[in-house]
Structure formats: C-alpha cells, structure tokens
Design a protein around this ligand. Structure first.
Ligand SMILES: [Zn+2]
Length: 508
C-alpha cells in the first residue's frame, strides 16, 4: 500500500481554501484567475481590437457580417448578418443592423451561432483523461483482466478525491470545454464525499465563468451528506435571495440514481426544493426492470433528465414521451463502453428532441464536434442499413442542421434553460460562438450546418461569449493561467493514482 498521508500533507485543506478565495476575489474584480499570466501578456497585441467590458450592463457590442446560424426559425439564418448585444443579452439579429454606438466584432468569414450545451459531463474526472480509453463500463466476465469504469474509476479512484482535487478537476474541465465552444454544461459530479467536496466543485465552476448546472449526485465515505446536504447547497448557493444564481450563470439539478438506496429520498428532496431530477438509465445492472416499474406506476415526469436510455422497453419509451421527460445521449461513450445501442432510432421515431452529452473524459473527448459527428454518422448508418435491406418503413435520415439542434436547443430545453439560451433569439442571453470558416480545413464555405458538423473541430472555435462577456478572443482563452492550472491538475493526477494504488501505463 502507498502512503496516503505523505501525499495528502503536500496540499492541505487550508491551502486549497486560500487558493480558492484568491480565485474568487480575482474573479469578482474582473481579473478572473490570473491577471499576470504569461498568456495575458502574449495576447496584448491580438486583444487591441477586442471590445472592452463586454457583458457589462448597458454595454453594446455588434457582431458584424458573419454567417449567422440562429437555430430559431422565427429569426431565420443570414448568409451575411449581424447580432447586436446589450449587456448580457441579444437585442437584435438581422442584416445590416444600425448600431453606431456599439463596439464591433468583425465576423467576416465566421459562422456565428449559439454555444453548445452538454447535459451530462463528469468533470471531476478531468485528471483521469484517456486512462480508460479502451475500457468498458463494468466487468461482465467477458473481457477478463481489462480495466473497467465501475471497478477502477468509481471503485478505486473516486473515493480518494480531496476537495482540492475536485476544485482543479472541475475548473480545468470547464475551461477546456469553454475553449471548445461548449458554453453550458450540466456537471454530473458524483464526488460529494463531504460538504467541503461540494463547495469545492461549486467554486471550480464559479471560477471558470461559464453557464453551469451543478448536478448534485452522490458521494462516498462516512463524511458524505448526500442527499440531505442538497438543502444547504440550494439555500447557500442557488437561492434567489443570495448566492450564485444572482448573476444567472449557475443553477442546480438533483442527482437521483435509481440503482442507489437513496433514490426515493433524492426524489422527495428534488420535489421539495423545486429542482429537476437527473439519473442514469442503462439496460443492465437491473435498471431496465426498475425503470419499467417506474414507467408503469407513473413516476416519470417532465422534470426528469434521463441519461443514456439504452436497452429500454417500448412501454418505457412511450411513458417517457407522454411524460415529456428529457433524454440525454452520450453516443460515443455508449458505443465504446457497452452501454448498449444509442437509442437514436427511438428518439427519431417518437419525435423526442434529445440532447448530447460527453459523459467521461477518461474514455472520450468532451468536444462537441466529436459528439455531433458520432451522432450523425451512427443514426445515418442505422437508417441506411434499413434502406439497403429494402425496408420502406424507416425513420428519416438525421441532418447536420438537426444534430446541431440536439447540441443547442435540445440541451437548453433539457435543462429548462430554453428561455435563456440555445438559440440566437432577441431577449436571450448572449452565449455565442464564432467559428472560423476561412480555416484550412473548412474553406471554401458551401453549407453552414454541414461545415460545422462534418468539417470543423475545436481549433475552429475562435471567439466565445458567455452572457455577452468575451471569454475567448480570436483563439485565446481569457482570464486563465493555463500553465499554472495544468501543473495543479498534474499534481492532482499524481496524488490520485498513488492514493488509489493504480499504475498508469503510457503505451499499453
Ligand atoms: Zn454518466
């Protein structure tokens, strides 16, 4: 066994709290994580034409002359169009908008569209990236000896997390997705071993300055206060009178896994605290039977976020559609980790608008171009196979525009944020990304949704705004000292593997 105590003593809880307070103070003053970072100096030149104080009340910014993909049919799309922002909100979308008092972002050659929305991401696992690239979900005795998610990640690594590990993993994972144009996430944080762990997760999200739905899932060990600490968290951080919901960027969802004994208590708390309830539903480990029973007895409603939905019965699917519950699909993960076939045919047949979710970076990238491309090609493969077999009764082929809808409005509706985000609609919050359509891998631009889904990747995400505030400018993420944070993440990684007594293998 390794010596946990010597590792733990290198970063005490007091150091962590001190660090997080510095972060919070810097954020409040507008300097975010580090005002003296090397990247800040390097970006001085490229920032000269960046609108100042974007997102501040009354501040007007005009995104001018882009290819505008609004994802709102009542607004329409514009081959050459403008988006006018005032403060945190979009006030107009159209061609040749008049706004002489606004600062201008030149969007020539850029696709202007809403930011992506990830409805299920276990961000606390950022330090475990690609550790389980070839792994499956659990040991079903068919892949002898190979590492699996239940035993290695949830069973060994998850229990050793300290609050400071939670903080840096959440923050780094958030900044990485923000850099890739994912402006909203539901963090599926199954890491609430103590109230301090929960506080650290929330602090990490807050310091990242992006739209975040904090998913309060379970923890492990005798200090864990799940699910009852939901009351304190809701009151302290997410009540209307005080806390993070004031600036509108953060909200809360209750996690309530149906395979845990706490499920009933979590459901009751979600109702009492007026929170949505999210849980994994996979057709193994007895979950299909439990879910069938819930469906039969009318226990599913429109506040539920159902993650995966692989291997479910037709009866359960009808209940989900009739209840108006939301379905979150993690297509690449479901395919590679043996969750079962992603139910894209079911959602298409039943007219359910799903969202996309990245799930776990120990096994797959959290980048949304990967999500959209996997979803498009899988659905089309399934339908194309039916066509080749001469089956005339088949769902229609998924299109690039529709899969972008999954990645934007699908997520917004699923998290009940569609009045705020998911499309470029006047009155909504300005969560906007600019994608470089003049890049070597994209030009010449012939079809906007097609280019986004079939050609682009995260290097094309040039500028990112969250609630009108510029968080990435012409290729450079702002307000974060990435080298310093990366060192902290590496230190966390080193501790986690040592404490869990797991060897890492760089080449096999
Ligand atoms: Zn998950």
């Amino acid at each position: 066994m390794c010596n946990h105590d010597s590792v733990r003593s290198s970063t005490t809880r007091r150091d962590f709290l001190k660090g997080s307070l510095v972060g919070a103070g810097a954020m409040a003053s507008g300097g975010l994580l580090s005002s003296t970072s090397a990247s800040a100096h390097a970006s001085e030149h490229s920032r000269r034409d960046m609108p100042a104080h974007s997102g501040d009340p009354g501040r007007r910014v005009l995104i001018r002359g882009g290819h505008v993909l609004s994802m709102d049919s009542s607004v329409g799309d514009f081959e050459r169009g403008d988006v006018l922002i005032e403060g945190s909100r979009i006030v107009a979308v159209g061609a040749d908008l008049e706004a002489s008092d606004a600062e201008v972002i030149d969007a020539k050659g850029r696709i202007v569209m809403p930011g992506f929305i990830d409805t299920h991401h276990h961000q606390f696992e950022t330090a475990l990236r690609s550790f389980l690239a070839d792994g499956i979900m659990f040991d079903d005795h068919t892949s002898a000896g190979s590492p699996n998610y239940m035993d290695h990640v949830l069973g060994k690594l998850t229990p050793v997390y300290r609050p400071e590990d939670v903080y840096i993993n959440e923050l780094f994972g958030s900044l990485s997705q923000l850099d890739a144009g994912v402006t909203t996430v539901m963090d599926t944080s199954q890491i609430h071993h103590s109230p301090e762990h929960s506080d650290a997760a929330i602090q990490g999200h807050s310091d990242a300055v992006r739209r975040t739905v904090f998913g309060y899932f379970e923890g492990q060990g005798d200090q864990a206060q799940y699910p009852k600490d939901a009351r304190r968290i809701r009151e302290q951080y997410f009540s209307a009178a005080n806390g993070l919901s004031q600036d509108g960027l953060m909200s809360m969802v209750m996690g309530g896994e149906i395979y845990l004994p706490d499920h009933e208590a979590a459901r009751t708390l979600a109702r009492d605290l007026d929170l949505q309830l999210a849980y994994h539903v996979v057709g193994s480990l007895g979950m299909a039977e439990t879910f069938d029973e819930m469906a039969r007895s009318g226990q599913i409603d429109d506040s539920h976020i159902l993650i995966h939905m692989t291997g479910m019965s037709d009866m359960a699917w009808r209940a989900v559609r009739d209840a108006g519950a939301h379905v979150s699909l993690a297509v690449p993960i479901e395919m590679t980790m043996r969750h079962g076939k992603p139910p894209l045919m079911k959602t298409t047949e039943l007219g359910i608008l799903p969202s996309l979710s990245s799930d776990v970076e120990c096994t797959m990238s959290a980048d949304f171009f990967t999500q959209m491309r996997s979803t498009l090609t899988l659905q089309r493969m399934l339908v194309n196979e039916l066509a080749l077999q001469g089956e005339e009764d088949r769902p229609s082929l998924l299109t690039s525009h529709e899969v972008i809808r999954y990645a934007t409005m699908g997520g917004a509706k699923g998290l009940q944020l569609d009045h705020k985000v998911g499309s470029l609609t006047p009155g909504k919050e300005a969560d906007i990304i600019l994608l470089n359509a003049e890049a070597l891998n994209v030009a010449p631009l012939n079809n906007v949704p097609g280019a986004v889904v079939t050609l682009m990747e995260r290097s094309n995400v040039e500028t990112v705004l969250v609630a009108g505030k510029i968080r990435k400018w012409r290729g450079l993420l702002l307000g974060a000292d990435i080298p310093r944070l990366r060192d902290e993440l590496i230190a966390s990684r080193d501790y986690l593997f040592e404490a869990a007594d797991i060897d890492r293998h760089m080449f096999n």
